[in-house]
Design a protein around this ligand. Structure first.
Ligand code: CA
Length: 520
C-alpha cells in the first residue's frame, strides 16, 4: 500500500500509469488511495496538495472502473484450415459438403469478403506469427521443404511471445511449418507454452509420418498414438480449453492440417458422402466434415466452460484450395486423382498470385462484440497480429516494424478498413499488388507478363486491362520495385541453389552397356 501512495504522490506520469491497469486493479487502487487520503489528512495539513492529486486520481480511477473502460481481455481461438477451397463450406454455397458448425459461426459472426493471405502454407503462417510480410525475412517463396534446414528468422518476435509476456496462456495445437530441422525454430522455443501436433505438416493422417518419419509431438516429445489427426487435434483443443478458467486469458492457435493432401478420412466420414461420385471429392468432403465436427466440439467446450462470451474465434484457410498438381504436396499420387477443391468465383488456386490462392474463406465470431454480417473491407493475414495484441493490451515493443494494421473496427462493425493496399507477394521472378480496386500481377521472368485487373468489377480476373491503363501499371510496378528493394532473398531459392551445387558434384550419369568402353 505504501508503495502505491509514494507512486501516486509523485508528480508526473502517475495518472497514465494507472489508466493502463485493468478495471479490477483500478478499483483496488481507488480504494487504497481513499484510505491513504484519510491517513494523510490525519497526519498533516501540509499534505493537502498531495491529497488533491490523490483524490483526483482516485475519482478518475473509480469512474474508469464504473464505466468499464478497461474490458476484460478476450481469449482467442485462432483456427486455421490447410488448403481449404473458398467455396467448400456451406456458408459460401457448397451443396455437397456440409459444414453446420462453421455455418453457425458465420451466421452469428463476421464473414470476410476480402481476407487475403499468402499463396502457400509457410508464408501465411509466418505472416500470422510476425504481423510482417514474409518477403521481409525470406519466407515468401514456397514452403519449407521437409528436407531443408532453414526456418523463420530467430530475430523475429512472434505473436505468442508478445501474448505470453502480456500474461496470456499460449498454445499451438496443430501444424507449425516455420522450421523443423533445429529445435530453436520449434514453437515451444518461440512463445508457445504448450505444443501438440506436427512440426512440418504434410503427413499421413493416420500414421502421422512423412516418408516413414514421425512428425507428431507433444511438448517437443515425439508421440506415437492411434487416431486421425483432425480428431486428435480437436480432442486436444477441447482438453486444453477444459483446463482454462476466467482468471487468465489464453491464445490457442489451432492449426489443422486438414484438408491438405494426402486425401484421407475415416470410413464413417466417407460414408456420409455417398452421393458424391468422384472418390477424391468424396474423401475431401469427409475431411472437411471432420474438421467442421471438431470446430463444433471446440465451441461446445468453450460453452461448457462458460468462456464463450469472452472468446474471439477467428477461422480461415492458410491459402486457397489446390487447383494445380504442382502445389498439391509430395504425398499424393496426383496421376490417379482429380483435384477436389473449389475456389468458387476465384481464379486458379494455391501457389499462384491469383485470388483463388490468396483470397480465402474466413470468419470471426465473438458474441456481443462482433456484428453479424459480411466484412467488406480489406484484411490481410498480417493484420491479425496488431488486432489481437491491441485487444490483449499487449506491448509490441521489441517487434520489428509491423506491416499489419489494427482492423478491429472493420471486423467488429464492418467499418471502413484502414488498409488500402495488399501485397500478395514480392519474389525475384513475380509479384502482385492490390491498391484499392486495382490489382497488378507481374511475371518478371522472360517472357515477362503484366496483368492489370479491376478486381472490384472483375473479381474472377478475366480481363487484362494493362494496355488500357499504362500509367496505372507503371505506378504499381514502381511500388513493387520499391518494396523489392527492401526484400530479403528467398531462403527457399538459396536452399535449392545449394542442392543444385551439391548435385553437380555427384557421379556422372552415362549409359553403360557392352558396347560402351568402360575402363577397368
Ligand atoms: Ca496450406
Amino acid at each position: 500500500m505504501t508503495s502505491v501512495a509514494v507512486e501516486v504522490a509523485e508528480p508526473g506520469g502517475t495518472l497514465s500509469r494507472l489508466c493502463d491497469v485493468g478495471p479490477r486493479r483500478v478499483s483496488e487502487a481507488a480504494a487504497i488511495l481513499e484510505v491513504l487520503c484519510v491517513q494523510h489528512l490525519h497526519r498533516s495539513v501540509g499534505t493537502v496538495l498531495a491529497y488533491l492529486v490523490v483524490a483526483a486520481v482516485a475519482a478518475f480511477a473509480r469512474t474508469s472502473a464504473a464505466a468499464g473502460t478497461e474490458p476484460k481481455r478476450p481469449n482467442i481461438v485462432h483456427i486455421v484450415a490447410d488448403d481449404l477451397g473458398w467455396k467448400d463450406v456451406g456458408f459460401h454455397g457448397a451443396t455437397d459438403i456440409k459444414t453446420p458448425n462453421l455455418d453457425a459461426l458465420a451466421k452469428t459472426g463476421a464473414v470476410f469478403d476480402a481476407l487475403y493471405v499468402q499463396p502457400m502454407c509457410t508464408p501465411t503462417r509466418a505472416a500470422l506469427m510476425t504481423g510482417r510480410y514474409p518477403f521481409r525475412y525470406g519466407l515468401q517463396t514456397a514452403v519449407i521443404p521437409s528436407v531443408s534446414e532453414y526456418g523463420l528468422d530467430l530475430s523475429e518476435r512472434l505473436l505468442p511471445q508478445v501474448l505470453a509476456d502480456a500474461g496470456y496462456n499460449t498454445a499451438i495445437i496443430g501444424k507449425w511449418h516455420l522450421g523443423h530441422a533445429d529445435k530453436a525454430y520449434w514453437p515451444k522455443q518461440r512463445g508457445f507454452q504448450y505444443q501438440y501436433g506436427a512440426m512440418i505438416g504434410e503427413l499421413d493422417y493416420f500414421t502421422h509420418d512423412e516418408h516413414g518419419v514421425l512428425d507428431w509431438f507433444r511438448d517437443n516429445e515425439p508421440v506415437r498414438e492411434e487416431g486421425y489427426t483432425t480428431t486428435l487435434l480437436g480432442a486436444d483443443a477441447v482438453k486444453y480449453i477444459a483446463k482454462q478458467d476466467a482468471s487468465k486469458p489464453f491464445y490457442l492457435y489451432l492449426a489443422f492440417n486438414a484438408p491438405h493432401t494426402p486425401y484421407q478420412a475415416p470410413q464413417e466420414y466417407i460414408d456420409r458422402f455417398k452421393a458424391i461420385e468422384d472418390p477424391t471429392r468424396r474423401t475431401y468432403a469427409a475431411m472437411v466434415s471432420a474438421l467442421d465436427d471438431e470446430i463444433g466440439r471446440v465451441v461446445a467446450a468453450l460453452d461448457k466452460k462458460g468462456l464463450r462470451d469472452n472468446t474471439l474465434i477467428i477461422f480461415h484457410s492458410d491459402n486457397g484450395g489446390t487447383r494445380n498438381a504442382m502445389f498439391a504436396g509430395v504425398m499424393a499420387d496426383m496421376s490417379k486423382i482429380t483435384l477436389p477443391c473449389d475456389n468458387g468465383p476465384y481464379r486458379e488456386g494455391k501457389g499462384t498470385l491469383y485470388e483463388g490462392a490468396t483470397r480465402v474463406v474466413g470468419l470471426a465470431n465473438w458474441p456481443g462484440h462482433i456484428k453479424a454480417g459480411e466484412v467488406v473491407g480489406l484484411v490481410h493475414a498480417v493484420d491479425f497480429f496488431p488486432t489481437i495484441t491491441t485487444l490483449a493490451r499487449a506491448s509490441t515493443e521489441g517487434c520489428k516494424p509491423i506491416d499489419g494494421m489494427n482492423v478491429w473496427q472493420t471486423i467488429a462493425a464492418n467499418a471502413a478498413s484502414p488498409r488500402e493496399e495488399i501485397v500478395y507477394n514480392i519474389e525475384p521472378y513475380r509479384a502482385a499488388l492490390r491498391q484499392g480496386e486495382w490489382k497488378l500481377v507481374w511475371r518478371t521472368l522472360l517472357p515477362s507478363k503484366v496483368e492489370l485487373f479491376n478486381i472490384v468489377a472483375d473479381p474472377s480476373e478475366t480481363t487484362n486491362l494493362a494496355d488500357k491503363h499504362p500509367e496505372k501499371v507503371a505506378a504499381m510496378q514502381a511500388r513493387i520495385n520499391a518494396l523489392a528493394a527492401d526484400a530479403a532473398k528467398p531462403l527457399f531459392l538459396i536452399d535449392q541453389a545449394k542442392v543444385v551445387q551439391k548435385n553437380m558434384k555427384g557421379e556422372p550419369v552415362l549409359p553403360i552397356d557392352d558396347e560402351y568402353p568402360v575402363a577397368d
